[in-house]
Design a protein around this ligand. Structure first.
Ligand code: FMN
Length: 200
């Protein structure tokens, strides 16, 4: 198993007490093009996503798993937009994640996107535990996904998730490499919602 850490100069501050599976991950653009995702590991990643919690256990997530070198991969890669096409081809797999926002019976699932997001988080952490890396992408053509995959009307494609093994940062151009080393977050103090009137 390969484990990769950010250089200490880029380690996110404030994350010291968070589990390393969370604090040491980052959305790399340097995937190892030699790595092949074996069927057992791929299945474990999808199981991790499937065992995510969801509102009333509605399980509104839908997936398409596309291993590099397959027609599914070619089809899903063909939906990516802009700079994503410059690096995502080296990932061992692309996973389309969609959310069933409306059931075939017409029931709206209010938390479908949140639930699908949690499934992505589960997949991301399982991948880290397996020594793999993940980069989620919103930059893809939703209409094109609907053309090449059978996506029911009430199901909304949300993201394409690149999965693979960490590659050599030296393989990246200067701009991409500097982005790898610049993980940051707003401080928690900016994220907390005060009681109305408490700050007056
Ligand atoms: C919903 C979502 C959509 C994203 N879309 C893209 C994308 O299209 N292209 C890209 O390079 N990164 C994309 N990202 C990655 C984010 O830019 C990245 O997670 C964020 O900058 C934080 O960096 P970190 O994941 O390394 O901590 C996306 C992330 C999420 C969660």
């Amino acid at each position: 198993m390969t484990t990769t850490s950010l250089p200490t100069t880029a380690a996110p501050t404030g994350a010291q007490d968070v589990h390393p599976l969370l604090s040491e991950r980052w959305s790399t653009r340097a995937f190892d093009p030699e790595h092949v995702l074996d069927a057992e590991t791929a299945a474990r990643l999808m199981e991790a996503a499937r065992w995510s919690p969801s509102a009333s256990n509605t399980q509104p997530w839908r997936f398409a798993l596309a291993l590099r070198g397959t027609p599914e991969h070619d089809a899903l890669f063909g939906t990516l937009m802009g700079f994503n096409t410059a690096w995502a081809a080296k990932a061992s797999a692309l996973v389309l994640v969609a959310a069933e926002r409306t059931t075939p019976e017409g029931k709206d699932l209010r938390w479908a996107d949140l639930d699908a997001g949690q499934a992505v988080a589960h997949l991301t952490v399982q991948a880290a535990a397996d020594g793999l890396v993940v980069h989620t992408m919103g930059g893809f053509e939703v209409d094109r996904v609907r053309e090449v995959f059978e996506v029911p009307g009430g199901v909304e494609p949300l993201v394409v998730v690149a999965v693979g093994r960490q590659g050599d940062l030296a393989s990246l151009d200067e701009k991409s490499r500097s982005r790898e080393l610049a993980r940051s977050r707003a401080p928690l103090s900016e994220l907390l919602l005060p009681l109305r009137g408490a700050s007056a």
